[in-house]
Design a protein around this ligand. Structure first.
Ligand code: CS2
Length: 489
């Protein structure tokens, strides 16, 4: 079967939306680092909307900082791919035309730096996952001991990391007399803009202090809250879509209908008319970010570990179990007291909508996908809320069970005895810590010693250790379903 391409657009079924603008006139105004499914189903759609509105400056050049695989998905398709929006039995198909091809950083770093330093580029967006920032998750500092950070510092002309590419490209822009681009972090990190800014400045300062001063004075690193559930595409999804389209689309992405993007109103130069494209611009992103990280993502991680340990493959199956559903509500009751909701966010309505989103069976969102990289996710999703509740003298039974489930997951074996590989940058470390721990209590205290995950204030708080140990023991004795059922009581 032939692939989706510009030439194939006219032959697609009439109910498939296609780019209505002249793609030949589109300029590359955005470079995106980490061109995975999330970007394609979220920010790229907003840039595609900008193009549809007639502002043709916002084509997106994608970059992969790791594998070349994504090139084969998109480059043979003229950068085109389908956004498949699924809600129950409804399916909506739209071809996204904003893509301007994909470069692979490791194959030709100089080409990517040059593209980012082009005068027509005004924005660099990133989705490189939590670990791609090369920060210590507990402190947020750039990890100077990371070998690739060290390599970037030694030779910034051939960068490897996301902060390295940004520094190299900003250096080239400064040399050309251009303005910096706006760096928009779109990962689920707390204070994501501040964190990438700090990483970039730390690196730049070690290379050239005038460059760092220039970035500090002229750059912009807005904070963002980004939200859309985008499960990984499966080969079945590709086969099913090919039957609908009549051509094969290996770059497709599937997502839920809901999408939200809140951006701090801070830009270094030009940008699309975001407000008219449904993006919320505000001076205060943090309350949005905390609500999303602690309610949506906190529940996601807890569901992922509890569900996957007890053999549930998908999120909608987990929340269909009454005990797990009640547990999620209990977790939200705890998280909610730590939030300072922004005007315009109705928490009860948000919680109701979240439960409906988690229940969307058409998404087939795998618990193991969310379970990945937990060491990078736990601090902002569960631990920050736990610390605030303890400081206020409140209980943390539900949060502690989520943390304990993450700890259980580190053993690499499910309740039915299935062995799996723990997919986490700290997996070797947790494995080493667990090898010498022979009781549940010892396992919990060994993992609590991970200073990259657990902030000192929590580690020294006996109430935290006690709650997590008791949750861990409950998981061992009762299994995840029963342990969760017992929490709301
Ligand atoms: C998920 C997120 O995989 C995960 O860790 O919690 O990707 C989640 O689906 C998005 O943040 C939703 O906006």
């Amino acid at each position: 079967m032939s692939r989706l391409s510009a030439a194939a657009l006219t032959g697609l079924p009439a109910d498939v939306a296609i780019p209505g603008y002249d793609r030949a006139q589109v300029k590359t105004g955005v470079v995106h680092l980490g061109i995975g499914a999330f970007h394609r189903a979220h920010q790229a759609v907003v840039f595609d909307d900008a193009l549809k509105s007639g502002d043709l400056r916002w084509g997106v050049l994608g970059a992969s900082l790791r594998s070349p695989g994504v090139c084969d998905q998109l480059n043979p398709q003229d950068g085109l791919y389908t956004l498949v929006v699924r809600d129950g039995a409804d399916e909506d198909l739209r071809i996204i035309g904003a893509g301007r091809g994909v470069l692979v950083g490791p194959e030709d770093p100089a080409a990517l730096v040059a593209a980012m330093a082009d005068a027509e580029v005004h924005i660099v967006t990133l989705t490189v996952t939590e670990k791609g920032y090369r920060l210590d998750p507990a402190t947020g500092d750039l990890r100077l001991d990371d070998p690739e950070v060290a390599a970037d510092l030694a030779d910034i002309a051939a960068p490897r990391t996301a902060p390295g590419f940004i520094v190299a490209a900003l250096q080239a822009r400064k040399a050309k007399g251009l303005r910096p681009f706006t760096v928009i972090s779109c990962d689920n990190l707390p204070h994501n803009g501040r964190r990438i800014q700090a990483g970039v400045l730390t690196m730049a300062r070690r290379i050239d202090s005038t460059l760092a001063d220039w970035i500090e004075a002229k750059g912009a690193f807005p904070q963002t809250m980004i939200d859309r559930i985008v499960p990984a595409t499966t080969s079945d999804d590709i086969v099913r879509l090919a039957a609908r389209l009549g051509v094969e689309d290996r770059g497709m992405v599937k997502a839920e209908p809901f999408t939200q993007w809140v951006i701090e109103d801070w830009f270094a130069g030009e940008r699309p008319d975001f407000a008219s494209l449904g993006v919320q611009l505000t001076d205060a992103v943090e309350p949005w970010e905390d609500a999303k990280l602690r309610l949506l993502n906190g529940a996601h991680s807890a569901i992922a570990y509890l569900g996957a340990l007890s053999g549930y493959e998908h999120v909608h199956e987990v929340v269909a179990v009454p005990g797990f559903r009640a547990y999620v509500e209990a977790l939200w009751d705890e998280a909610e007291t730590t939030l300072d909701p922004p005007p315009g966010l109705d928490i009860p309505a948000y919680r109701k909508a979240l439960m409906a989103r988690f229940s969307n069976a058409a998404l087939m969102h795998r618990t193991r996908q969310i379970a990945m990289d937990g060491s990078q996710k736990l601090p902002q999703r569960l631990l920050a809320g736990a610390a605030e509740r303890l400081a206020a003298g409140q209980g943390i039974d539900a949060i502690a069970l989520g943390v304990a489930a993450w700890m259980k997951w580190q053993s690499g074996v499910t309740e039915s005895g299935e062995i799996f590989v723990v997919d986490d940058p700290l997996a070797a470390k947790t494995c080493e810590l667990l090898a010498d721990a022979h009781t549940d209590q010892a396992r919990v205290s060994a993992l609590l010693s991970l200073s990259a995950v657990f902030p000192p204030a929590l580690v020294v708080d006996d109430r935290f250790a006690a709650a997590v140990t008791s949750a861990y023991l409950s998981l061992s004795q009762n299994g995840a379903v029963e342990a969760a059922r017992l929490v709301p009581e």
